[in-house]
Design a protein around this ligand. Sequence first.
Ligand SMILES: *Cc1c(COP(=O)(O)O)cnc(C)c1O
Length: 836
Amino acid sequence: MKKKLQKVESQSDSGKDAPSCPEVFFKTNTEAIKDNIIHHLMSFQGRDPERSGPTDVYKSLAYTMRDIMVEKWISTQKTFYAKKKKRVYYLSLEFLIGRSLGNSLVNLGIMEDAKKAIEGLGFDMSEIRDQEEDAGLGNGGLGRLAACFMDSIATLKIPAYGYGIRYEYGLFYQQLIDGYQVETPDNWLRYGTPWEFERRVPVFPVRFYGNVTGYLDDNGRYRAKWVNTTDVMAMPCDILVPGYRNDHVINMRLWTARASRDFDLGFFSQGDYISAVQSKVSSETISKVLYPPDHNLAGQELRLKQQYFFVAATLQDVIRRFKKNNREGFGKFSDAVAIQLNDTHPSIAIPELMRMLLDIEGLTWEEAWDICVKTFAYTNHTLMSEALEKWTVDLLGRVLPRHLEIIYEINRRFLEAVAQSYPGDINRLRNMSIIEEGPPKMVRMAHLAIVGSHSVNGVAALHTRLLKDRLFHDFHRFYPGKFNNKTNGITPRRWLLQANPELAALIGEHIGDDWVTDLAQLRRLEPCADDPEFRRRWQDVKRANKVRLAEYVKDLCSLAIDPDSMFDVQVKRIHEYKRQLLNALHVIHLYHRILRNGGEEIASRTVIFGGKAAPSYWRAKLIIKLITSIADVINNDPRIFGRLKVVFLPNYTVSQAEKIIPAADLSEQISTAGTEASGTGNMKFALNGALTIGTLDGANIEIREEVGEDNIFIFGMTAEEAEYERLNISRTPLQICQANAEINDVIESLRNGCFSPGNRDLFMPLVESLMNKYDPYLLLLDLESYIQCQHRVNAAFLDPEEWTRMAILNVARMGKFSTDRTIREYSEEIWGIPVA
Ligand SMILES: *Cc1c(COP(=O)(O)O)cnc(C)c1O
């Protein structure tokens, strides 16, 4: 087998990607890759290469990739240390990375060699790639953003690390049983993952519970001591993230909880072996499972412990690394360290850093606070006040007693400053306080994050404006300049090059490959929109993607769908604010129209849904049941001759998104204006040549600005109009139904059990929310406008040349939405690190 530790001079024999370091262990040509796979099959998996199956080969190829990456990672780390650069720490409770094999092959530039190697072993690359389990360590957009950021950070060579939790169970696996969502555990580590390095060092203790005592130090100053704690150890696992063809590899460090001692010796002395084992198991549950609510629900103790666990371990690692490079003390801390908080989930880091600087390092409050504010920056992800994180004072004080003390002191000083600016304005103090008066008294984590950071950013222009004008208006006035916008993006490596290789190749033929790292280059495609030959090839690519998706749907759902119909897609978490129900109402309306007039001038459609509902969100789960019920009725109605089909694809994940999005014609982005902070699904679709039907919400507004209003289908209220309607109710749902017979028919069919044979009242809770004049999501108020807009979509789709022209222009004008642009802005404007 392969003598792989033999050094080779260079990679020049593999062509384009000569490495920057002079010596490399691992060659990346076809033969070397094949040899390495065989080596891994035998030495590490004990398999006979001639009798190995696709899972064995997948694993061995993955290890081969990891070998190549670790070498580049080591040299990347050396350059960080050598240049004593400022480090960025991106703290996120979620990293929705999905699969890594395709991404590493693409980013290392060895997809073609690896394909040949795999073929040489008698396998097909797509079969091998389908062996990989998704790393579903996130819920949705927030977690996927963190993953896209890691790709751009590595590609732009920013000295940064991602920090999070290595959940043993990722987001639950969704099955549909009788049309209902049923959750089962995502045991993604069952067979291990080849992508991580488990580390034995550094391992850090993390403390919980106990109580605080005070003492006077040598200088006579009060020092707090946190005692009688229950301790858990944090063990690091590193996942490597390669930049795009730049020999740069960074890592995500994900913490696993381990019992502080293997067994609690106290129990042994009492002869209680079982309790000793239980206490070990209980400390290890901290990193066991990802919480499935997407936009915050009920403050659970284990969730708070997860947050503190990963923050406490991370800050110990940050300070360890800081001390290694800076021997002159903490004065320069914020010149060496920037910490970005992805939502409030890691915001307990603010009192934790205070605690370390005060109680361990012995700094004064003023010194410590100055360092904190200069170090931290906070990204807000929601405008919905009910989704803002809060912990009861009681819970936080029990789990983290010292932190509660520190939070009270932060708040006391903060409110004193506010009172100075606004003497006598008690109401303002109450609204801005970090502590919400009870009962029960609560700690408002967003307020803590705003006060303790030098930067607070929203994730789209509208979102940031509404943060300043509404949700955090008082803070914006008190801290002018602290609030700023960083419009989200997506990485074009995963979401175009990797997910849609044929479209990427067609684009490459016309404008070269620079767009992969400079997405604004796509503008050069604009003239191609008017070239009939180019349009024909564009249509061929789209159709091939649709045929592949149709095969996937056939396999998964045993349903035949027509690749020539319009693929109308809404995939995202199921949430009332995202309004899958609005889409469902349009489907019913379309069904009625086809029944009425035989479907003349109605383009055939396949309406595809996908997404998970939080297990405790019964209303979202009922929406899933409604969609699957509508599908049952429509797909089996011979009167419509297959002109309309409805699919609910189970278990939406990143890898499924990569199959669906390149095949979409129409992208549904229909949240109530003023509720979706940005959205990133909207960007993925537009980048793959789907046209958007959407509201003036989140980044849809900026997408319209870029692609032009003639190339997007916009309907419904603005955020301002929606807010006005909530307060004034100009028309009630009942009045809307009375004025519009078609809408009335749609509601009536839900009421009279058309879609729930044998269970007439099944969907009454949904009817009641639709007909409630206080419906916060204003579905009926937007329905008429939505239906009219869908008419325009229909007409446009009946003109394939015009549709294709619009699709090409969408792709050509998506340059802004690369995370390379987003990360450059974070780096230069928040972290103070210029990007080459
Ligand atoms: C991009 C993405 C999301 C976010 O989609 P939105 O439409 O922005 O809510 C959620 N889940 C997965 C798997 C994704 O890839």
